[in-house]
Design a protein around this ligand. Structure first.
Ligand SMILES: [Zn+2]
Length: 311
């Protein structure tokens, strides 16, 4: 069994874990540099310091979308990766240090895909053959794992339940009004515009409330504050509509949740109740539940992906 050198690259840290079989140990975490040259050099140094050899496999979980055609990476927090061939250049730089090329290609996967693989193989998705993982973080992400393998779909877009004009025009004078905010994808009314922490805050502000942090809104709802409760009611209503539809389409049996809002257990349990009420064939146990791989979902996920690719 080969060793897997797993990198989790985000806007703040580059984490390295070394995985083998069913185990994985986090061995290093270094700050993410702001320029590409330093970033590439630091990634190489981190792998070499971990003891990388040419017959080890290297996999990367990254917070961004990966172009299915040319492998370029578009990540809001890593803008310097947009026009470079990061994986091939990392491979060349490692060849120079190792004295020979890596024996296998470097795998690069998006962090939501990695979270789904982590939960399917090592988290709450164990024992289920059809899983739909969601991220309720800054925005909304998702990915489906079927019989242990990621579903990729056309141009790698499978699982992107957060996009598309789902929120319809409503009467702004009516209670529960949810505006059609513009989304970074170019559409208006995507679940991504209200489903994450920034979306929840935008929804709260659009109802005429002062700007408040998403945690304060969730806490206010728990304490019975009327304004926060109204915001959460709108939020849960629209989010659960979209998620129930997604589960009807995918037939997924379990929905592990990652991202900052996943730790709001009361909120998750209300979302779960609504989703199961709206789904055609719901399980009689909670489906929408907090993932178990948490902060290290990226490392466990890319390890799981490399395991799934093993001959
Ligand atoms: Zn969108």
């Amino acid at each position: 069994m080969k060793r897997h050198f797993c990198l989790d690259i985000g806007g703040s840290f580059i984490k390295l874990g070394i995985g083998k079989d069913d185990s994985l140990a986090e061995v290093d975490a270094v700050p993410t540099p702001a320029s590409y040259d330093v970033f590439l050099a630091r990634t190489v140094d981190t792998l070499m310091a971990g003891g990388l050899q040419a017959d080890d496999r290297v996999g990367i979980s990254i917070a961004g979308s990966i172009d299915a055609d040319n492998g370029s990476i578009h990540a809001a927090q890593l803008p310097f990766l947009a026009n470079v061939g990061f994986a091939p250049e990392l491979g060349s730089a490692l060849t120079a240090r190792l004295g020979e090329p890596l024996h296998a290609e470097i795998a690069v996967e998006n962090d939501a895909d990695c979270f789904a693989m982590a939960e399917a193989h090592f988290g709450v998705g164990q024992g289920f053959d059809n899983l739909f993982a969601i991220i309720l973080g800054t925005g909304v992400g998702g990915a489906q794992v079927y019989h242990g393998q990621l579903l990729r779909g056309y141009a790698g877009t499978a699982g992107e339940w957060g996009h598309g004009p789902f929120i319809q025009k409503q009467d702004p004078s009516m209670p529960g009004y949810v505006p059609q905010f513009a989304c970074a994808c170019g559409q208006k009314g995507c679940i991504n515009t209200i489903g994450g922490a920034r979306g929840l805050e935008a929804l709260h502000a659009a109802a005429g409330n002062p700007l408040a942090d998403s945690r304060k809104i969730v806490d206010g709802w728990s304490d019975g504050d009327p304004a926060c409760s109204a915001t959460i009611a709108s939020y849960v209503s629209v989010l659960s509509d979209a998620l129930a539809l997604t589960l009807n389409i995918t037939g997924a049996q379990i929905v592990p949740v990652g991202g900052g809002l996943s730790s709001a257990s009361d909120l998750l349990s209300v979302i779960d109740g609504e989703v199961r009420r709206k789904t055609l064939q719901a399980r009689n146990k909670p489906m929408v539940i907090e993932g178990q791989t948490g902060q290290n979902g990226g490392l466990w996920g890319i390890h799981a992906q490399l395991l799934s690719e093993a001959p």
